[in-house]
Design a protein around this ligand. Structure first.
Ligand code: ZN
Ligand code: ZN
Length: 792
């Protein structure tokens, strides 16, 4: 209760400046980030009375003082907020002041009506904790690898259920020691209500094991670093799972990791201890630097420095390098030790074999990683669910999400008000899968799950759906899925729907992509959309992938496409770009294409004969308007990539080649055709293919031709969009699909469309690839239900 002195009567100034009270609703990332203790300290400092608590939407403050005091207080809430917080909005409302309310209190959280505000993403270590683990005078936390506070540490990866409280996290078995308990209960302390807080005396401990699981004597971190220094592979437990680590400057060690992990070519990410270290490896934009140093601490792909001290085998033949900063205390302690051996960066790749899901449990680490490493560095703080590192590309325009996972999931993404519907699920696509739950105009997009055709990943997919529903208390009324009847996600949706008596809502693949962009920007359409990706099931049963749509959240109309090409051998064409190359030559040159000398550079004579028979007779060929296959084909024609050893390797080689080329102002008008087929605007790249074949024979460099391809494709789409904009009157263009992970093509097209005065929308919060499909499905389904177009 308030003390006996009444300041109002003592201080005469109060009669001039009357005391008022305001209720502040603060939204944004304000829970689980030390926001309430911050408000408490600020209020004390500024002598403001009132209280603070969490509610469903964020944080609520009641503040009492003079108008001037309150104005300053509100301003400081924005400017001085903890590093991990992000204040989106403060809504102020004046309410009746309490008599004599000089004391400020933190109230217990009211049980949130929607728990989305409570479960926040995992956070990178903060500066204060980093200083503590390096301070020899700090007996309890010096070199303690699991240090954290309200501003940093694990969240999503340790929460078992809500409300977010220690007994409902994986830290439950660790009883706090007296000093930790004191910190936890002191509103003025940085660790006030820090659920995962711990110290050397009471918290989880590190251990180093051999690959069979037997403990290795000695200090665990020193032992691990000694092995890394010797070029050995060490499995290291992080926030959301295990990494496999090896020196990034040791070619033989990196090659050995590739062999053991069955990953011959796909680039590895590299971790550095500091921003200075990162700058030595890659060239980041100022925005990219902010991103990599943010509390999400993602992997950022940026143009590599030619003198970067990393082995060629880390990212062979790629103009970019994926880099991240050390984001746990353990990472920093490893680098502090590694510096003694001159190690400045480490390859840190997901702890798994090839396409399997990330290993995150201690026992699993021995079973599944034992054969891939020489030692295992782990601790006994359990991880509740696997959360991979997030990946973004740093570009001149805005970062592009390649994978949205740790540090971002499960932050809700808000949909337009027109998406007000009953709660439900969306199961996503099949590759790069993520699932989503919907409730109250908010979508929770899950962490990255991966390729569902891998049986362990499919199991993780099934677990994640029920996990998210339990965590966020969602009882689904509907299930949204892809139109493709063969996707494992579709089949599972059918199974669940039958089991639980729920209606299914099918969403066409490219509609989901396009709708996702609109919804992310708070729009419902109508708009035009260019969706370029690998493959997706069309409404006519054929395979789409280069689509021009007139789109609303609820529905779409196809108005243009890439000219379909036959894919000889169907799925085999996705693995073997030379097949698509032969198909493009067939379209461009007709039946005699086999006589072109360039065919001999693609593959062997018997294979040319075999595939040309398929093309000439149409047997075993799938017609597809895929853009991804065109990238494959051109990469093969230019001799850059004949086989895809990992997803989208050929398109990556094509972009890397083009990035080496100085921008040329080609005359592009003759390089593509814009036709009309079955009432659709159709882009025909046959003139470009003939031009590339001719120029390649004349000895023009592959880099220049790769740039010609990118520029032509952008010019062709610009022309198609211009035509559609004129006929429909729509001048907002959404760009989506996996091909928009290609920075060069995306930027070329965006620039061209903007120059025409068109409004261009691109993804900012989710990936343009299939990792964003579940979000789009949820938006479409909710919009349809909201409009009464389907009944949940
Ligand atoms: Zn901290
Ligand atoms: Zn303790």
């Amino acid at each position: 209760m308030q003390g006996s002195l009444n300041k109002n009567t003592i201080l005469p100034t109060r009669s001039i400046d009357p005391v008022i009270r305001r209720r502040l609703h603060i939204s944004g990332r304000v829970q689980g980030v030390g926001f309430r203790p911050f408000v408490y300290r600020l209020a004390k400092e500024m002598q403001i009375g009132g209280s603070v608590w969490n509610d469903a939407a964020g944080v609520v403050v009641e503040a009492q003082g003079t108008a001037r005091q309150l104005d300053e207080f509100v301003a400081a809430l924005r400017t001085d907020a903890p590093a991990a917080a992000a204040v989106r909005e403060i809504i102020e409302k004046e309410i009746t002041p309490y008599p004599n309310d000089g004391r400020f209190e933190i109230q217990h959280s009211l049980r949130a009506t929607t728990p989305t505000a409570e479960v926040t993403a995992d956070l990178a270590i903060c500066d204060a904790c980093l200083a503590e683990i390096r301070d020899p005078a700090n007996a309890r936390r010096y070199r303690y690898a699991l240090t954290n506070c309200t501003n940093c540490g694990p969240r999503f990866s340790i929460i078992r259920s809500i409300p977010y409280d220690r007994p409902r996290t994986t830290m439950a078995p660790f009883a706090m020691c007296r000093p930790c308990r004191d910190e936890y209960e002191d509103p003025a302390d940085r660790r006030f209500h820090a659920q995962p807080t711990a110290c050397r005396d009471c918290g989880p401990q590190m251990e180093l094991l051999d690959p069979k699981g037997s403990p290795i004597a000695g200090e665990p971190i020193e032992g691990a670093v000694q092995r890394l220094a010797d070029g050995k592979i060490v499995a290291i437990k992080g926030i959301g799972g295990f990494h496999l680590a090896v020196r990034a400057d040791d070619q033989a060690a990196v090659l050995r990791l590739r062999k053991l992990k069955h990953r011959p070519a796909k680039p590895f990410a590299v971790m550095c201890p500091s921003l200075q270290g990162v700058r030595r490896l890659v060239r980041l934009t100022p925005r990219g630097e902010k991103l990599i140093a943010s509390s999400a601490a993602p992997i950022v792909l940026a143009r590599r420095n030619p003198k970067a001290a990393v082995a060629d085998a880390v990212a062979p033949g790629n103009h970019r390098l994926g880099v991240m900063l050390a984001y746990t205390p353990l990472h920093h302690l490893i680098f502090d030790e590694a510096r003694k051996f001159g190690i400045e960066s480490l390859v840190m790749t997901s702890g798994n074999d090839l396409d399997e899901p990330l290993v995150f449990e201690n026992d699993d680490a021995i079973d599944r990683l034992g054969d891939l490493c020489d030692a295992i560095l782990r601790h006994n703080r359990p991880i509740q669910r696997a959360v991979d590192d997030s990946v973004l590309i740093d570009t001149a325009f805005a970062p592009i999400f390649v994978r949205r996972s740790r540090g971002f999931a499960p932050a809700p993404i808000v949909l337009p008000e027109a998406c007000d519907a009953t709660p439900g699920w969306a199961v996503g696509a099949e590759l790069k899968c993520a699932v989503a739950t919907y409730r109250d105009c908010q979508v929770i997009l899950s962490q990255h799950l991966g390729n569902l055709t891998q049986s362990r990943t499919f199991d993780a997919f099934k677990r994640t759906i029920s996990d998210l529903c339990e965590l966020f208390g969602i009882v689904p009324h509907w299930i949204a899925h892809d139109l493709h009847p063969g996707y494992l996600s579709t089949q599972h949706a059918r199974h669940l729907a039958e089991q639980q008596g729920l209606p299914l809502i099918a969403v066409q693949h490219h509609h989901a992509h396009a709708a996702a962009v609109l919804a992310e920007h708070g729009l419902t359409g109508p708009a035009l959309a260019v969706v370029c990706d690998g493959t997706g099931y069309g409404t006519d049963g054929s395979i789409w992938g280069g689509e021009l749509l007139a789109v609303e959240l609820t529905d779409f109309r196809r108005i243009g496409r890439m000219r379909p090409m036959p894919l000889p051998g169907g799925d085999a064409a996705a693995r073997q770009p030379w097949r698509s190359a032969l198909a493009l030559l067939f379209l461009a040159h007709g039946r005699d294409f086999v006589k072109l000398p360039i065919c001999r550079q693609l593959t062997s004579d018997p294979q040319i004969q075999f595939v040309s028979q398929m093309l000439l007779t149409g047997t075993n060929c799938i017609q597809s308007s895929s853009t991804g296959r065109v990238f494959d084909a051109v990469a093969a024609l230019l001799g850059l990539c004949r086989e895809n050893r990992f997803d989208a390797e050929a398109p990556a080689t094509l972009e890397t080649a083009a990035a080496q080329c100085k921008r040329l102002s080609h005359n592009l008008d003759d390089s593509y055709g814009l036709g009309d087929a079955e009432g659709l605007i159709e882009i025909d790249l046959s003139p470009l293919v003939r031009r590339i074949v001719r120029r390649a024979q004349q000895g023009v460099a592959a880099d220049d031709l790769a740039m010609l391809f990118h520029e032509t494709l952008a010019a062709a789409w610009e022309a198609a969009v211009a035509k559609a904009a004129q006929s429909t009157g729509l001048n907002t263009i959404a760009l989506s699909g996996g091909v928009f992970c290609n920075e060069l093509f995306g930027d070329l097209l965006e620039t061209r469309l903007q120059r025409r005065g068109l409004r261009v929308l691109r993804h900012r919060q989710i990936p343009p690839n299939d990792g964003g499909i579940a979000f789009g499905q949820a938006a479409v389904a909710a919009a349809r239900i909201s409009k009464g177009l389907c009944k949940p």
